[in-house]
Design a protein around this ligand. Structure first.
Ligand SMILES: Nc1ncnc2c1ncn2[C@@H]1O[C@H](COP(=O)(O)OP(=O)(O)O)[C@@H](O)[C@H]1O
Ligand SMILES: [Mg+2]
Length: 228
């Protein structure tokens, strides 16, 4: 079986002022893979994820998506690509508080021009799958942390992205709730054939992935041994 590389960094470097965050980070994620990126705080995990997702542009090196350079695209094309092909889940606080849960989930579809009634119907179909029945009309202030993260997950997946980028998605949750959210994330990703790039500092979360990499001092250093 040939493995298609979908997301790739080649020797990416990036500094914030005089602080080097990435110092030649390279990795390749194959289509359909669930990859966990581990590493100590401040090692460059979030910076690497943001570069892979086209949110940050490295100072040198290359970022590729589906065989094309992402880092050299114009911002306009890059944001279209992010909107159409990527989904994002962050640690917390990402729901729009003025909107109901179902409106939050429908947002990527509405931005893509899907009619409101269809977008909301599609959004609602995720609530049952993620154990969120009955919460459709709640606002973020009326949700637990775990519920809010599952809604954020539904929003990241509703437009059926090719890649889901997740930065410490269980970081603000207790371990049992975090495990539940991870189970749902992994199941939904496998069902939809979605490639996942997941940053976490929790070994238990990383263990849900197909493969783990470690970022240290701005470089991808250790590869977990896999059966060969
Ligand atoms: N916006 C920023 N401005 C200045 N320094 C930053 C910024 N983002 C990250 N850094 C620095 O870059 C390094 C890597 O940060 P980050 O990628 O957030 O690490 P991690 O996600 O592994 O904790 C750290 O030294 C951090 O302080
Ligand atoms: Mg981080």
């Amino acid at each position: 079986m040939t493995e298609t590389v979908l997301v790739e960094a080649r020797e990416a470097t990036l500094s914030f002022g005089r602080t080097p965050a990435l110092r030649g980070a390279s990795l390749a994620v194959t289509a359909g893979e669930i990859l966990a990126i581990m590493g100590p705080s401040g090692s460059g995990k979030s910076t690497l994820l943001h570069c892979l997702a086209g949110i940050l542009t490295p100072d040198s090196g290359e970022i590729r998506f589906d065989g094309r350079r992402l880092d050299t695209l114009r911002e306009r094309e890059r944001s279209a690509l992010r909107r159409e092909r990527f989904g994002f889940v962050f640690q917390s606080g990402q729901l729009v508080p003025e909107l109901t849960a179902e409106e939050n989930v429908a947002m990527p579809l509405l931005l893509a021009g899907v009619r409101r009634a269809r977008a909301l119907a599609e959004a609602r179909s995720w609530f049952g799958r993620l154990g969120l029945d009955g919460l459709e009309r709640r606002r973020s202030g009326e949700l637990s942390g775990g519920q809010a993260q599952r809604i954020a997950l539904a929003r990241a997946l509703v437009a059926r992205p090719d890649v889901l980028f997740a930065d410490e998605p269980t970081g603000a949750l207790d371990s049992l709730t975090g495990e539940h959210v991870m189970d749902l994330l992994v199941t939904a990703a496998r069902d939809g054939g979605t490639t996942v790039v997941l940053v976490t500092h929790e070994a238990r979360v990383a263990a849900c992935a197909d493969r783990e990499l470690v970022v240290r001092d701005g470089k991808v250093t250790t590869l977990t041994r896999t059966a060969s």
